[in-house]
Design a protein around this ligand. Structure first.
Ligand code: BG6
Length: 501
């Protein structure tokens, strides 16, 4: 591991993303011992004029809905900063973590602000008996993308790591990376003029989820799957994201983007890449990302009749959403990959807010058995399901003899549920893992510039047409499965519903 001072600078430190995701992830890393050396410092930077202690108090005081969502000690989830437990041990840990945080205020285009930030970081760096490589600076932009270019310019001009000390500067950026191909490319060029690609970490937090990280292992380390994972055996693949709550106070932001930009173009498409890509030459980040880009470039234009959009009733009650909004909060669409492995296999991407459950899963449906002597096709086909959340699991739906004297068949499951199988093991939150990767300099789970471009190329035509009002978002009831037309599309794509026991 590298040694020397590490400064993690959270830009937008008083904002929502920093509170909900960045600081909790940093705290959890700290709690697990990853940041507990006296060479690590965290700097917050934002416009609000407050002191170090005021920022610390704000962070400490923010303890909204806390849910225990993973196997054991994990106590954070979306919506929570951190849970301040009653036990003194944890309260002490929170306090010592907060002491690592220093705050500098300034505008996002103010040289004096970034100069002051640089001075604060440098002071920390030289106070630690600097050795070679002592200036490691990680800038986390928890900011709206509109200010990325100016902030990057300020970092480049005033706050880069000190060459006399050695080390590096890396920047972490969050989605949305643009609204369409042109705006994303413009953003990429602006940032690309200032930083080299190996310095830029574009986060897609789905790439940090345990079962998403498991996909390559599953596919390429198991003989079972190798001969089956193709058009000869697979009938269709669904990648599904459902939330059982609406836009909840984020309506104004969401309305400018819609579900395709918010979930499908990034999270679901990244999952699709890992499900569909060829075996990489090695596990080197570049080799993996090369294969992902090939998948994206093989996606053919989306057909009108293979898209269903929806908007839940009540979405427009949010005062920040215009009354005439047609923005989809739900979409089902079929992507087709034109290559030797996948020709003819529909990849059904489905995402929606305010649905009947919260779930993200990959559902691989196999073709029926030719010459079925058991006449069991009606019960359903073999399916392999990877549940990303909640309750991480993988299970196979398969046909077995119904136990008993009669010879009849039933659909059953081979189930690998993480909660049961890996009792006591902690599944890290996606952001923790990804922040640790940025410190290590591992870009495998980050989106490369050409990947981003290829992803926007797929969706830009349809997004432009939606923006022009050429597609109508169909109404659906909150708490439902979404518009019935989406289920019809699924059926047309050849999905056969399984009837379990
Ligand atoms: C974010 C979207 O990227 O992902 C949100 O902007 C969404 O709209 C969230 O709620 C879902 O993340 P997760 O990890 O809870 O599935």
């Amino acid at each position: 591991p590298e040694t020397g001072c590490l400064s993690i600078i959270v830009l937008g430190a008083s904002g929502d993303l920093a509170k909900k995701k960045t600081f909790p992830a940093l705290y959890n890393l700290y709690r697990q011992g990853f940041l507990q050396t006296n060479e690590v410092h965290i700097f917050g930077y934002a416009r609000t004029n407050i002191s170090d202690d005021e920022l610390r108090d704000r962070l400490r005081g923010y303890d909204s809905i806390c849910t225990s969502f993973s196997l054991s000690v994990h106590i954070f989830c979306c919506g929570a900063l951190w849970y301040l437990p009653q036990e003194t041990g944890d309260a002490e840990c929170v306090s010592s973590f907060l002491q690592l945080i220093k705050y500098v205020s300034g505008a996002y285009d103010a040289p004096e602000g970034f100069q002051a930030l640089d001075n604060a970081i440098y002071e920390h760096e030289i106070s630690k008996n600097s050795t070679e490589g002592s200036s490691r600076r990680l800038f986390y932009l928890a900011l709206p993308p509109s200010v990325y270019p100016q902030v990057c310019k300020m970092i480049k001009n005033y706050s880069m790591n000190r060459s006399d000390l050695g080390g590096w500067t890396r920047i972490v950026v969050e989605k949305p990376f643009g609204r369409d191909l042109a705006s994303a490319e413009e953003l990429s060029s602006q940032i690309g003029e200032l930083f080299e690609e190996p310095q830029i970490y574009r986060i897609d937090h789905y790439l940090g989820k345990e079962l998403v990280q498991n996909l390559l292992v599953l596919r390429f380390a198991n003989r079972f799957f190798l001969p089956l994972w193709n058009r000869d055996n697979i009938a269709n693949i669904q990648i599904v994201f459902r939330e059982d709550f609406g836009t909840e106070g984020r309506g104004g932001y969401f309305d400018q983007y819609g579900i395709i930009r918010d979930i499908i173009q990034n999270h679901l498409l990244q999952v699709l890449c890992l499900v569909a890509m060829e075996k990489p030459v090695s596990l080197k980040p570049e080799h993996i990302r090369d294969e992902k880009v090939k998948v994206l470039r093989s996606v053919v234009p989306i057909q009108d009749e293979e898209v269903v959009l929806g908007q839940y009733d009540g979405y427009k009650d949010d005062p920040t959403v215009p009354d005439i909004s047609n923005t989809p909060t739900f979409a089902t669409m079929i992507l087709r990959i034109h290559n030797e492995r996948w020709e003819g296999v529909p990849f059904i991407l489905k995402a929606g807010k305010a649905l009947n459950s919260r779930k993200a899963e990959i559902r691989v449906q196999f073709k029926s058995v030719p010459g079925d002597i058991f006449k069991c096709e009606k019960q359903g086909r073999n399916e392999f399901v990877i549940r990303l959340q909640p309750s991480e699991a993988m299970y196979m739906k398969l046909t077995v003899k119904k136990p008993g004297l009669e010879m009849s068949t039933v659909q059953s499951e081979l189930d690998l549920s993480y909660r049961q199988r890996y009792q006591g093991l902690v599944i890290p939150e996606a952001y923790e893992r990804l922040i640790l990767d940025t410190i290590k300099g591992d870009q495998q789970h980050f989106v490369r510039r050409d990947e981003l471009k290829a992803a926007w190329e797929i969706f830009t035509p349809i997004l432009h047409r939606i923006d022009k009002g050429e597609y109508k978002s169909l109404p659906y009831k909150p708490g439902s499965r979404g518009p019935a037309e989406a289920d019809e599309l699924l059926e047309r794509a050849g999905y056969v519903q399984t009837h379990g026991y």
